[in-house]
Design a protein around this ligand. Sequence first.
Ligand SMILES: [Zn+2]
Length: 429
Amino acid sequence: MAEARRDEDRYFDAEIQTMPLERLRALQEERLMRQLDRVWSAPVPFFRRKLEASGLKRADLRRLDDLAHVPTTLKAELRRSEEEFPPFGDYRGAPVSQCVRLGASTGTSGRPTLILWTRKDLAVDYAASSRGRWRWGLRPGMSLANAHPFGMNAGGWHFSHGIEGLGCLNIPSGPPVGEAHVADVVEVWRRLRPDMYRLFGNVSRTYSDAARARGLDPERDLNLTIAGDHPSEQYLMASSGLEALPLLGSACDERDGAHLAEDLAVVEVIDRHTGRALGHGERGNLVVSVLEKDNFLLRYDLEDIVRLNTSVCPCGETHRRLFYEGRVRDVVAVDGREILPIDVALVLYDVPEVSTPSAEYQVVRTKGTMTAVHVRVEYDPTQGVAPADLTRRIEVRFRERLQVPARIELVERGAAGRFAYKAARVVDE
Ligand SMILES: [Zn+2]
């Protein structure tokens, strides 16, 4: 009896998450056909134009496999559509009058695009969020403090609704905004001792430093332990952006890639030079077609680099797993190989002198052919390590792990430039 209850408790949505693959593909096909119908019936002029320009009529698209004929769409095209048909563009699946929330992409690679949600879109996103966070071990009755920002391009709304949808007590504490706020947050955490925290690198350090300054022990008094910043942590979650499906997947206890929500999105990994579909373990671009949402995108190429794990997972979930590797614009071509910041980080975490408590580094990209990966790495000269020896050991690790020559430039702690949320790991010089 107890055994059965544990099993029931294992998945957020057992029927969907353990659905046999043939049935899952049939479900995707049915849902995709509904979205394709809407391209012509709603209509969605942007997609209709693209499909017809490549010679496709609705009747040509009948099977899941036919999706491969649909041209991919880049963020720049959404931006252009918004410029030509202001303010929302002509790629929306639902009329603006039916939308209840606006968001904006972060705009790190150009003018931000606008995001719209209907009530149904929000419900789909929240359910995906709840499913993803259930895998963290969150269960109804537990409490969780998070420091997500709220606003137009913030995941705080989705995160919070997902947690609340699980039946957990959500403690939306926000990122630190001045001493008074930090003190208030620390005091609430002291009184509640949340079961779980969701903070980010520098944010968790700011809060725990403030707790210590008040004579508190973060772990004992707040139940707050600073999570490791190990680069492999980025393999535990997958997103396709607020504009597609924000929580595309999360890792189960196997911690071997993030189980995708394949009932809500068709996920492909393609070679960005040839468009060829890639299989198990091959790095390529993440391409997502959104199912079930009123505002949907077809074959949206996020210009993110990912890798699929198509092996059967011992946890019982059937949806494939995905590793998020980085962004296309952060690729550094060295000696015929494509290197991403995570490759560099994984090498540096083999060397404790430059990765304790965290590795801070920049990959320096230069124009023209690079014959060695140039990495600026922070180290602590007061710890008595000989720089020449340290440099040599790191360079050897690069050769061993990545089969590329490296040029290591050691700089003092704090010199490689940091940002509150995401450090710029690749700089062009
Ligand atoms: Zn699993």
